[in-house]
Design a protein around this ligand. Structure first.
Ligand SMILES: [Zn+2]
Length: 260
């Protein structure tokens, strides 16, 4: 099994977005775990949001993520968002997220599903959530996530100042209890982690809370968001975000309706 995966380098894919924002992801990770790493360039320092799966060395392949005295924000302690957190010096997370003892640490599909409490219904989880290997010595069956304590807390309403741009932390529990998003009022940009992306939202993992999630989505809906830079998939408009939120809130309301 292990040897059947080809070794592919470079492992990371980098794309420039508008407005000094760079998107990095891992094309050879199964789409379930293929998360975005965002770089936001500022005048006095850079901000990195999330770090991918941690199966390859980020600093080696994407050194620009480490330029400009970067502050890393880990949106939540799921393995596909904090894998390479250990490569950074300044790591902020919400105190409700246990980046030092995360739940879920393997790329073996069925094992990860049971660790996270993921119920996929009839959709089988692949044996290994990678379609290639980052280096010849990499064994997906033995690889484990490296737990990494945050170096500081980031609380709701606190800001990160990059000189010419300021991002405000939003504590939006639901997907996990300490999920964070970052909002830039000047541009209406939202870095949303797994709070919202344009696909099925995961609201029933270990640690998920549907009631809190609904409140978090209501809160996002009320903000003048222009562009969402999500934890998974392509950026999308604020208008699309409000459509996703409305559909999700309707679905949860129907689940609570009598007779179900
Ligand atoms: Zn997640």
């Amino acid at each position: 099994m292990t040897s059947s995966l080809a070794v592919i380098r470079p492992w990371f894919r980098k794309r420039e977005c508008a407005d000094g924002i760079v998107r990095v992801d891992e094309p050879h990770v199964h789409e379930f775990l293929r998360a975005n790493i965002w770089l936001i360039r500022g005048e006095t320092r850079n901000l990195v949001v999330d770090t991918g799966l941690g199966v390859a060395a980020l600093r080696e392949e994407v050194p620009e993520l480490f330029a400009g005295d970067p502050v890393l924000v880990v949106t939540h302690a799921h393995l596909d968002h904090m894998g390479s957190a250990h490569e950074f010096d300044v790591i902020l997370a919400h105190p409700a997220e246990r980046t030092d003892s995360p739940v879920g640490d393997t790329v073996v599909g069925p094992l990860l599903a049971s660790q996270l409490g993921l119920s996929l219904g009839d959709e089988a989880m692949p044996e290994v959530l990678l379609t290639a290997r980052p280096h010849p010595d990499f064994d997906p069956l033995v690889h484990r996530l490296r737990p990494t304590p945050a170096t500081g807390d980031l609380l709701d309403g606190e800001t990160i100042d990059l000189g010419d741009r300021i991002l405000t932390a939003l504590h939006l529990p639901g997907h996990t209890s300490g999920s964070l998003a970052l909002y830039e009022a000047k541009t209406g940009a939202l870095f949303s982690g797994d709070v919202i992306y344009d696909d099925v939202l995961l609201d029933d993992l270990h640690g998920s809370d549907r009631g809190a999630y609904a409140n978090s989505l209501e809160r996002l809906r009320a903000l003048p968001i222009q562009t969402v830079y999500p934890g998974h998939g392509d950026p999308f408009s604020g208008e699309r975000m409000r459509e996703i939120i409305d559909a999700q809130l309707r679905e949860w309301a129907a689940m609570r309706a009598p007779g179900r």
